[in-house]
Design a binder for this molecule. Sequence first.
Ligand code: AP5
Length: 216
Amino acid sequence: MRIIFLGPPGAGKGTQSERICKDYNIVQLSTGDILRANRNLGTDLGKKAQSYMDSGALVPDDLIIEMIRVELKNPNLANGYILDGFPRTVPQAEALDKLLQELGQELDTVLVLEVPNEELLKRLTARRICRICGKSYHLIYNPPKIEGTCDVEGGELYQRDDDKEEPIMNRLKVYEAQTMPLIEYYSKKNLVDKINGVGEIDFIYNQIQAVLNKYI
Ligand code: AP5
């Protein structure tokens, strides 16, 4: 199964992707996670991406497209994947179309997770991430069993630099201006399945499963 996961920052793409990957035996490709890993390793890509990410702006399309070109050829994606955070602009979506054609692959669905801005702000300001495995928690809605510690890896939980109020507001604006046009782009290809992203994590996942089971 090949899925694109669209949705504003904090909509729950990472949270839901984790479950989807486990249940459908596919791999999550999160451009945000790949960029953060590059930044932590101090690679050229990571250095170039840092200032864009910290301010909540998008990293330039050419860097992202090249990164995805390499990632999509990874043999561990043979059983399918979920693209979380890519594409985010129309040029990225056009580049993906070409790449998929080269690889002889087709998408099954573009899941669009819908959540109002007011709720996104609440989710992002209280999000904490594991330094080791990247799993995300919420201080109130989805807390770890032991404060400040990841349930899975025991890693320290930290707050992302772009999860402060100013970068969050910028990310929301960027999403509306540059990523929302993709809903129209993929609607024209009859690929969009909209999901109500407000409510319990399980309730949202049940909706996602109902959609994905159509494509098995
Ligand atoms: P990226 O890492 O992709 O961030 P994002 O899209 O802003 O998405 P998030 O990871 O913030 O949110 P999410 O939807 O995964 O939410 P989560 O599940 O964690 O991108 C970061 C940056 O990298 C970008 O700003 C850009 O600079 C760069 N970048 C990445 N891709 C790029 C691209 N293609 N092109 C250019 N630049 C790119 O949930 C959020 C919180 O809510 C958590 O605390 C969670 O526990 C909680 N939560 C989840 N579900 C619920 C629920 N149902 N109820 C209550 N709380 C919930």
